[in-house]
Design a binder for this molecule. Sequence first.
Ligand code: 13P
Length: 250
Amino acid sequence: MVAGNWKMNGDIVSNERLLNAVRHGLEGAPLPGVDVLVCPPFPYLSQAASWLGNTAVAWGAQNVSAFPNGAYTGEVSATMLADLGCRWVIVGHSERRQLSGETDQVVAAKVEMALAQNLGVIVCVGETLQEREAGQAEAVLGRQVDAVVPVVAKLAPERLVIAYEPVWAIGTGRTASPEMAQDAHSFIRGRLAAGGYAAAGSVRILYGGSVKSANAASLFAMPDIDGGLIGGAALVAEDFLGICRAAAVR
Ligand code: 13P
């Protein structure tokens, strides 16, 4: 899987160009075996739906409310995302954990809401530089994984994706080495299994953090790296398509 997280970028005109280029790029040279999706900001989900409907490219959201509906000003419910044709939602991105105070409990509640609407979830986990340097990376990843295991326990592995995004690699140009990322992915898979998630072996674990078309192939070659969650490079059609192609030759 290659998922583009557009974050808070884009406008109607530039999105149209990007969606069109991604769509045509993949229609012209389909990549069987690679699930490609884009996650634009909420206001542009219907734009993604109109450009990508009836294509192999899926679309998803970057966040979802932990509540079903009602007096939650500014929130967007899982029901609304399903209504807009989203198949996926990113939950617990580090920017939300850090900037919006999302705790492990909030992340678990959001996952539960998304699953109730049959959305697939891309659950983000990752340690900060300080945590890594203090030797706490596995403790942090373990805690973040453990928080969602109870709510995904019965979920088919096709609908559960974990994204390992070391915070120090996001938007910094500093990518984790393939070996370092592989170690983290293997730890995450083991932790899912230890928590009682029976299908841990077939869950896709994506790497995110400064993935570019030039470094994607070496990351995707690792046995436990099943694709990427792409930020900056997802805003440039040729870069994003290059990463999708790197996933296809894995
Ligand atoms: P960059 O690819 O810009 O480092 O962002 C990664 C990310 O946070 C994707 O969710």
